[in-house]
Design a protein around this ligand. Sequence first.
Ligand code: FAD
Length: 523
Amino acid sequence: ESVVYWMRMEDMRLEDNTALAQASQKAQEMGVPLVWLFVLSPGDYKMHDRSPKRIDFMLRNLRYLRPRFDKLNIPLHIVSFDKRLSIPRRLVTEVFPSLGANHVFCNLEYEVDELRRDIATVKLGRENGVDVVAVHDRLVVPPGRILSKVGKPMSVFSPWQRQWAKIVDDEPDLLEISPDPKPNDAGVRQHEKLGKLFDASDIPDHLEGFEVEDAEQLKVSWPEGIDKARELLDRFLHTKPRKQLLKLVDPLLDGAEKDEKLSRVQQYGTGRNLVDGDNSSRLSPYLTSGVISARMVLREAKKMGKGGKLESGRDTGLGMWAQEVSCKVHFYNHIMCTWPRVSMGRPFLEKFADVQWQVSEPHLQAWKDGMTGYPIVDAAMRACKARGWMENRVRMVTASFLVKELMLDWRLGEKYFMESFVDGDLAANNGGWQWVASTGTDPQPYFRIFNMLSQSEKCDPNGDYIRYWVPELRNLKGKAIHDPHGKMPSAEFKKLGYPAPIVEHKFARERALFRYKNPGEKE
Ligand code: FAD
């Protein structure tokens, strides 16, 4: 007999892990071994556009966790299934019996395919005498709880957020941390007896089809493990922002100065819109992969709030940030669970389903390569390739450029971001894209179209971000950095070796306005 904790790529931690805590308790009660199961599923990763950078982060976190689980006598059993749809059957008929498992615990994953897989596994398990328990863990308030006065799901963020905050205030248990798993002494005894049975523990270096070229750099930019996540959190909550131009260095090495009053979080209201310094927390890869839980992050933030309360209004830096950490991701997950069509390539606002898109491989490629002739877009797209990450403001800017300036289908951009980001998360990414494309739940209205030039001046006032990522422009001074083609004599511009803008803003704006106003038609 044994109890299995089935870890997902979204709950890669030992602390505050609901399924693991329950599995540990069950194993203690029964006096049987607890096994940590990880299912590699390259078919799923391909199907869901998982980026090699995210897979690399996942494998590094598995390696980080291994000795920590070993210390508790919880052996790792790792399996790899290529055919994603066969996972429930193979788990129930092969893996669970081979481990002698009668009880399996996992944290629910809310994406449609994953949810279907979990439901199928629970059902098949029951039919075959294995009790598979799938629990809520990822979101502070489980999806489906927040409803309007007439009991309907809500699709507008602000009232949804108010309800969220009320529930969290009324039910402090929601922010309770699950106990750490206990050392599994029965595991040692049984382990000796069962010998090789649990010995399927090799964590591959990489997965075929998900190789990264810059493995060493990724380790520096996104070090694995909860200790690093805690350091990042501490740095964000307690230290002052610094102009940090070398964006590829480990942020934890920049020796930032402690200052509670002027810390990054206190300045988040303005800092979050700037990209020329290191202003936001950079926790997204850690939150997305569950290396640290949202509950742990919010509890830390709460300690800084007035009277030890979570400030969830948008009038303080802390309140604003708490709202982003907790509500935005949770809101988009709630939308995905309630209206799964959004994760199947459908716009939330169906009236925009027929907007006519351009088809242009060269334009798409220029956007991906950071060669559009719009410096802020190019800087961010090149940063994306190198780091697998972008600040929120430039995610909005680059997405807006693809959709409203190039008039390319937002789903192409959504896919490319997923394939590139170390923090790629279906719900947050889809929510972000649909907001920009004006097709989502309370989206940016279609007639509000970002002007790349003014966005650039606002988020990178001195052009330092652009200079760092676009070396062709490194020597430019003044406003020319934002608009070299417009501001420089053409002979001088040509010498830069930098492309001229691939689209003209005024023309693009008119085209977008027409196409959104008249879905199905071209001007
Ligand atoms: P901070 O500003 O420090 O915020 C802390 C945490 O709050 C983030 O780590 C994240 O978990 C959450 N958060 C903050 N802003 C948002 C937001 N607008 N929407 C949802 N959650 C938010 N975030 C992802 O985690 N994964 C994605 O794949 C993703 N794709 C995006 C695509 C587009 C087009 C846009 C516009 C936004 C996307 N975001 C995504 C949201 C946001 O850009 C990132 O979470 C943020 O830039 C991460 O940086 P940070 O950790 O320093 O954030």
